[in-house]
Write a protein that binds this ligand. Structure first.
Ligand SMILES: Cc1cc2nc3c(=O)[nH]c(=O)nc-3n(C[C@H](O)[C@H](O)[C@H](O)COP(=O)(O)OP(=O)(O)OC[C@H]3O[C@@H](n4cnc5c(N)ncnc54)[C@H](O)[C@@H]3O)c2cc1C
Ligand code: FES
Ligand code: FES
Length: 488
């Protein structure tokens, strides 16, 4: 068993013993390493001022390079990784990196507070050879906020970087990085002690099952995009934690004829391709979750396990009739996702039991699933409500309907009365208008800072109408289109 964590920082090997389980990478960089180029803006994953590049080995042995928010990333989770900060890009002050140069040439550097974060998002895109036409650049930079709206020159720099990223030979950098990551790779359980606090880092789901069964009171931490805020904002003390991000056998997606089996630790970035292929609207919904840095860290399992009534995955997955595999030690059980949410803040999960996988049926046709996320901002915003419709037709009649909403009740919930008003009926406007009345039987939404109860109810009703229009007349433009993005 290891009791240290090792990682590369700007190419230099670091080995730490006794690191605090919830010390953030941002604090470590700024306070311990005095690498103050990485900034703290919000400390909650919103502004991107703390963006760094984290590279790690994927399950298939290739290198995964990702921009992540250092402010909500805990140190132990960096075991075996390679971190690059803005200081690690240039060899010396006289030879700026191509990303620096593009920023300078475009007059894109302004206050110095947001700039390092923009540089690091662009650096990761550069290392991944991502071409950056405007729509892609908007996506890559959506998690980096500039208070003074100097986005024009930054997008210009992004275009330049995208153009050189493929042309420049980065082979030697790739080889060195891969060698470094391989040298740190191992399958042993890591246990870190810091005073009375403990952090466990299993490398397999069997190790995870064993350690969690032995420590059922421990907090599981996957991408930390929720748990990070418990520490940085709510100042919670987490004396015993188990990190899931090393558990590689939970990071894969298997596809059979009938279903996708998604490991609980698959991130949004890892899932978006295959989900979009199966259900285009679901892919678009995932693209609307947070921004790149959040999607690189946040997991499907974490989004379900947190039990939030406004999480975006549960409504879509309930509409598809997804099932969860829960595991305690060597025991497994399967529950329907809609039954997992018992009440606000309460889920059907026993002490020491974790989500191992999500089974997503492929029984709906690609365009039968309609997903709508309603939020005040397009990117990087939590839903006021999210409605997902899976409606099956035969000869103009509705033969099956599963409709689920987030943001309308204390848990993600199906609209059973609305479904009943549709099933067996002719799929036409009078039926839809009658079914719209049924929403008041299914939901009594609350008013909060995101939306009023009346607004939520009205929008939910109108989303059914929108779904009807989109299914009946697919060429009708129901969604705003701009810069190559589809706006829901
Ligand atoms: C800036 C920002 C924007 C965001 N935007 C969105 C958004 O648009 N839509 C949205 O839905 N969410 C959003 N979120 C919330 C968050 O990203 C998601 O809920 C994410 O999926 C959580 O996954 P995680 O891996 O980070 O979970 P963690 O933070 O690691 O854990 C969350 C909870 O799940 C538990 N847990 C994690 N994995 C397991 C498991 N396998 N088994 C049992 N329990 C487990 C943890 O103990 C904890 O209680 C946002 C967060 C941030 C910081
Ligand atoms: S400091 Fe704002 S995202 Fe990290
Ligand atoms: S230039 Fe940094 S916040 Fe606008």
């Amino acid at each position: 068993m290891h009791d240290t964590i090792s990682f590369y920082l700007n190419g230099e090997l670091k080995t730490l013993r006794g690191v605090a389980p919830t010390q953030t990478l941002l604090r470590y960089l700024r306070e311990d390493e005095k690498l103050c180029g990485t900034k703290e803006g919000c400390a909650e994953g919103d502004c991107g001022a703390c963006t760094v590049n984290v590279s790690a080995l994927s399950a298939d042995g290739t290198v995964k390079r990702e921009a992540i928010n250092a402010c909500i990333r805990f140190m132990p989770s960096l075991e075996g990784a390679s971190i690059t900060t803005v200081e690690g890009l240039a060899h010396d002050i006289d030879t700026p990196h191509r990303v620096h140069q593009a920023m300078m040439d475009s007059d894109a550097s302004q206050c110095g507070f947001c700039t390092p974060g923009f540089v690091m998002s662009l650096y990761t895109a550069y290392r991944n050879r991502t071409m950056l036409p405007l729509a892609a650049a908007n996506d890559v930079l959506a998690g980096n906020l500039c208070r003074c709206t100097g986005y024009g020159p930054i997008l210009h720099a992004a275009e330049k970087i995208g153009c050189v990223a493929k042309a420049v030979d980065q082979g030697e950098d790739d080889r060195v990085e891969l060698e470094q990551l391989r040298s740190l790779d191992h399958q042993e359980l890591v246990e870190i002690k810091h005073g009375a606090a403990r952090a466990f880092l299993p490398a397999t789901s069997d190790q995870l099952a064993k350690v969690y069964a032995a420590h059922p009171g421990a907090t599981l931490i996957s991408g930390a995009t929720d748990v990070g805020l418990w520490v940085t904002k709510a100042r919670r003390n987490l004396p015993k934690v188990i990190f899931l991000n090393r558990v590689r056998d939970l990071t894969s997606i298997k596809r059979s004829e009938h279903e996708l089996i998604i490991g609980a630790c698959v991130t949004y970035s890892g899932a978006i391709g295959i989900l979009a292929q199966a259900y285009p609207d679901l892919g678009e919904l995932v693209r609307r979750i947070g921004a790149v840095q959040v999607r690189n860290a946040g997991t499907i399992g974490g989004n379900i396990a947190n039990g939030s009534p406004i999480g975006d995955m549960p409504p879509a997955l309930i509409a598809l009739d997804a099932k969860l595999v829960l595991r305690h030690g060597m025991q497994r059980r399967t529950v329907s996702l809609e039954d997992f949410f018992l009440a606000y803040g309460r889920q059907d999960r026993k002490p020491g039991e974790f989500i191992e996988a999500v089974h997503v049926p492929l029984s709906a046709a690609a365009n039968e699933l309609k997903c709508y996320k309603i939020s005040k901002r397009f990117d990087q915003d939590i839903s006021a409500l999210c409605g997902c419709f899976n409606i099956k037709m035969s000869n103009d009649r509705v033969i099956a309907a599963r409709i689920a909403f987030g943001g309308m009740a204390a848990t993600p919930k199906r609209a059973l009365s609305v479904e009943a008003a549709l099933i067996g009926k002719r799929w036409d406007r009078p039926t839809v208008e009658l079914a719209m009345q049924e929403f008041t039987k299914d939901f009594t939404p609350i008013s909060d800072m995101r939306a009023s109860a009346d607004y939520r109810l009205r929008v939910a009703q109108n989303l059914l109408l929108k779904c009807f229009i989109e299914m009946e007349t697919p060429l009708t433009q129901t969604r705003l289109v701009g810069h190559g993005n589809t706006f829901l």
